[in-house]
Design a binder for this molecule. Structure first.
Ligand SMILES: Cc1cc2nc3c(=O)[nH]c(=O)nc-3n(C[C@H](O)[C@H](O)[C@H](O)COP(=O)(O)OP(=O)(O)OC[C@H]3O[C@@H](n4cnc5c(N)ncnc54)[C@H](O)[C@@H]3O)c2cc1C
Length: 510
């Protein structure tokens, strides 16, 4: 379990000034009844059912963790959560729900940041995959891992580590998120720059379709050119086309040596020259290039994420960059990294103030925690409006500054409204996390930010969702990144798989 997630969620639930979205119930779908619950009891073990209906009659608070999203912005009112143990059980649940027109919300670790994993208020049943957590097979020669969709990412990492392999995806929520959730969101994370997206590393999937059919696409082949590659449709579909129950994924060999360094920069203008220089000098061993602006760094430190750098290393820093290298030989990699630092320190026009290189595994982890912990720190600081966007690298700072200025003009900047506007993210992938941290979620702040931010992104020809997905948060903004024709094709695909619209209603499509 992600250590402080429950605490963050508690804080969210306690907020008396909660302002959460809810979507009008779909007239076509029916809420779960006691009769439906009796059916679920006939196919599942008692411990797999949580319900506020008779005869279970649990207090609603027991279902809060399943009804409330990680950032505490969306809260559904589902009465029933099912935690099946097998693909067959998932199939029987979904088949029944399709016949009875009951909405189904697939749920993994519930760490999604766009409200996709919680019900939107139409009485759906939540199908949580947490009880499906077995590794089915691992081949240490090919590195191909086949696992239940409910396996937590960290546990898979731990499972293959003794065989000298790593997962191709890594993110701050690894202690809670599940591989099925990662695939359903096409999660990017910290290793995308090196290992590419899940569209490349996922080799096969097992999926329960909305009519209960089990679609076995669980290939372990790296090459298979036999017509349409159906699995790709479920990668990033956010549970709107079916429930992923099994995943086959190619895991890379563990690097023999990993290093990281945090560089303090005098201004944002230095980030691009630094990226260029680092790419040239480190070439094949550079595995991450992450950006943290000064406010994001200060928040991470304030909320105890990683160990703060020394005062003299931070003084005068406008922003920070974390570079990770992963290679085959420690001496070779260290030599390259030291050469890079020397180039940077002795340049005529210095592009860094200082650099701190990790010396021990504990320091390595602590430096990563400063970057990975920003999301957690933000959730402790207040209510976050999160914009996970792709824009040209050169515009990262402009986007943050222009958004801050907009809020200032609207009189919304201050301790009782918006406390911080910050930027951090995966520079190597052109992905900026623009976070507006407020005292509470309010319609005034949202009106100031939207569609303003989306129009800004469109101006830069960027994407309104680089890696977190669309969920319920961005359905209305999809047209900023997709043409009408593309959205129409998406709707037709949805219609083919899910004609009754039971699968994750209200998500992804406008
Ligand atoms: C601290 C923190 C850091 C994060 N860092 C990153 C990051 O760097 N990069 C990134 O991309 N994301 C990041 N995220 C977002 C989130 O962790 C990812 O989206 C993750 O992949 C979600 O996995 P999950 O199991 O928690 O899925 P959930 O949150 O439970 O679900 C997410 C979506 O997938 C669907 N879904 C879940 N499981 C299944 C399934 N088995 N079959 C079909 N649909 C399913 C849900 O219906 C929902 O629409 C971060 C989140 C946190 C809290």
């Amino acid at each position: 379990m992600f250590p402080t997630r429950q605490a963050a969620r508690r804080l969210a639930l306690q907020s008396s000034r909660r302002w959460s979205h809810s979507v009008a119930p779909s007239p076509r779908l029916n809420p779960v009844t006691e009769k439906d619950l009796a059916y679920f009891s006939s196919i599942l073990q008692p411990s797999s059912i949580l319900s506020t209906l008779s005869p279970s009659k649990l207090p609603a608070s027991e279902l809060d963790p399943y009804n409330t999203d990680w950032i505490g912005r969306y809260k559904g009112t589902s009465t029933t959560v099912l935690r099946p143990r097998t693909t067959q059980e998932v199939s029987e649940i979904v088949k029944y729900c399709n016949e009875k027109r009951i909405g189904v919300v697939p749920q993994g670790g519930n760490t999604g940041l766009v409200g996709g994993s919680v019900p939107t208020g139409s009485g759906e049943v939540v199908v949580n995959l947490g009880n499906m957590s077995n590794v089915r097979h691992f081949d240490a020669v090919s590195g191909i891992l086949v696992a239940d969709a409910g396996c937590v990412l960290q546990s898979l990492t731990d499972y293959i580590a003794p065989q000298n392999h790593i997962m191709p995806v890594d993110l701050g929520a690894k202690g809670s998120c599940q591989i099925g959730g990662n695939v359903a969101t096409n999660a990017g994370g910290l290793r995308l720059m090196r290992y590419g997206s899940l569209h490349g590393t996922v080799l096969g999937l097992e999926v329960v379709l909305p009519d209960g059919t089990i679609l076995d696409l669980l290939s372990t082949l790296r090459k298979d050119n036999t017509g349409y590659d159906l699995k790709q449709l479920f990668i990033g579909a956010e549970g709107t086309l079916g429930i992923i129950t099994g995943v086959s994924i190619l895991t890379p060999p563990a690097p023999q040596a990993s290093n990281n360094v945090i560089l303090a920069l005098p201004s944002f203008e230095c980030v691009l020259p630094l990226f260029k220089t680092a790419k040239r000098q480190l070439s094949e061993i550079m595995s991450a290039f992450e950006y943290i602006d000064r406010t994001a760094y200060d928040l991470a430190v304030k909320h105890g994420q990683g160990r703060a750098l020394n005062d003299e290393d931070v003084e005068g820093a406008a922003c920070f960059v974390l570079i990770e290298t992963s290679g085959g030989k420690r001496e070779h990699d260290e030599e390259k990294l030291n050469e890079l630092l020397e180039t940077l320190m002795t340049a005529d026009k210095p592009i860094i103030n200082t650099g701190v290189m990790s010396q021990t595994p504990a320091q390595f982890a602590s430096m990563w925690a400063l970057r990975e912990g920003v999301t957690e720190a933000v959730s402790k600081e207040g209510k976050a409006y999160k914009y996970d966007i792709s824009v040209p690298l050169s515009s990262f700072k402009d986007v943050v500054d222009v958004t801050r200025e907009r809020l200032r003009e609207k009189g919304l900047l201050g301790p009782k409204a918006v406390k911080h506007v910050i930027g951090y993210g995966h520079v190597g992938d052109g992905n900026l996390h623009l976070n507006v941290v407020a005292d509470a979620y309010t319609p005034e702040i949202e009106a100031a930010l939207e569609p303003f931010v989306y129009e800004l992104v469109a101006k830069y020809k960027g994407s309104i969702s680089a890696e977190h997905g669309v969920g319920v948060m961005k359905t209305h903004a999809l047209h900023y990144s997709k043409s009408n024709t593309a959205i129409e094709m998406m709707k037709r695909i949805k219609q083919v798989f899910d004609p009754n619209g039971i699968m994750n209603p209200g998500k992804v499509l406008p």
